[in-house]
Design a protein around this ligand. Structure first.
Ligand code: CP
Length: 335
């Protein structure tokens, strides 16, 4: 069913109905098919978008750039140091300037309040490319990947391994509740230094949405219980973007039991897949990975290299799907 999302901002998927999310996912599949077939789809020729990144990125930036160019749009990238925003110019003034020049604005930064203020003042669609609270475009790509694997995802179970609250886990909890997918957060119940548990209001809201859609939100520290019946085992880095390096020691101590290993995968459903938003510390082939290995003697963190490289892993398909879903979202909101 074609829905009209024209002019809407995408700040959190809480703002969208199940039907609207399904519509963006259907559209994503269409765009993926067109791209694969080499079918031109410059449907937004003449439009321009700006990408504001206050934090680093590989997937999100490239997905917006390639997606925008495939749709025929002009794309401007502003890196963390090259705009006046927040330093010499308020968020409100920046939004009012960019909204007069561009048809859409992507923002990656810290506080959700910034992307909300941009959207309130810009007068054009604003897309959240990651804030401390939400990462909606990641969640869309994750569910597209699940759909490709399983077809209908309603009634399936996705288990997120590690600390509770994070922009990825929050967004997965929201999208699962909206789409009738059972969501489980499997991690320590006690305090994790420098991290929080799910915001009680968000949790309660997601539980209500889940009940309406015939699925559940499960929180457990028991790995057997968390992984049982899971169709997707998902994890993310233990120390997020912009968080203090001092957190590594306590996170490694607390979260190591929740590392996704072949033993963990074996407890999930037969046919279960492994997913990760990336980047991932699954070996020592990065500066940080090598430093952690030297300091703490740990050569793989949230996921073992064996699982990351296994036939069950869908991480690169998931990364590619960032582009198709972001393209669909831009098209739906700018058409
Ligand atoms: N998953 C994700 O957002 O990747 P980037 O940080 O590379 O954009």
């Amino acid at each position: 069913m074609a829905l009209n999302l024209s002019g809407r901002s995408v700040l959190t998927l809480l703002d969208f109905t199940s039907e609207e999310i399904e519509y963006m996912l259907d559209l994503s599949k269409n765009f993926k098919d067109m791209k694969r077939a080499g079918y031109p789809h410059r449907f937004l020729e003449g439009k321009n978008i700006v990408l504001l990144f206050e934090k680093t990125s590989t997937r999100t930036r490239c997905a917006f750039e390639v997606g925008g160019m495939d749709l025929g749009m002009g794309v401007t990238y502003l890196d963390p140091g090259s705009s006046q925003m927040g330093k010499k110019e308020s968020i409100e003034d920046t939004a009012r300037v960019l909204g007069r020049m561009y048809d859409g604005i992507e923002y990656r930064g810290s506080d959700q309040s910034v992307v909300e203020e941009l959207a309130a003042k810009a007068g054009v669609p604003v897309w959240n490319g990651l804030t401390n609270e939400y990462h909606p475009t990641q969640a869309l790509a994750d569910i597209l990947t699940m759909r490709e694997e399983f077809g209908d995802t309603r009634g399936m179970k996705l288990t997120y391994m590690g600390k509770e609250q994070g922009n990825v886990s929050d967004s997965l909890m929201v999208i699962c509740a909206k789409l009738g997918i059972n969501f489980c957060s499997c991690g320590p119940k006690g305090d994790v230094e420098g991290a929080t548990h799910f915001d009680p209001e968000l949790l309660e809201r997601c539980q209500e949405i889940a009940a309406q859609n015939g699925c559940t939100i499960q929180l457990t520290e028991d790995i057997e219980e968390g992984v049982k019946d899971a169709d997707v085992i998902y994890t993310d880095v233990w120390v997020g973007m912009g968080q203090a390096e001092e957190l590594w020691k306590s996170r490694i101590d607390l979260l190591s039991p929740y590392r996704v290993t072949p033993e963990v995968m074996a407890k999930a459903n037969p046919g279960a897949i492994f997913m990760h938003c990336l980047p991932s510390f699954h070996d020592t082939q990065t500066t940080i990975g090598a430093e952690i290995a030297e300091k703490f003697g740990v050569t793989e963190m949230e996921v073992s290299d064996e699982v990351f490289e296994s036939a069950q892993s869908r991480v690169f398909q998931e990364a590619e799907n960032r582009m198709h879903t972001i393209k669909a979202m831009m098209y739906a909101t700018l058409r």
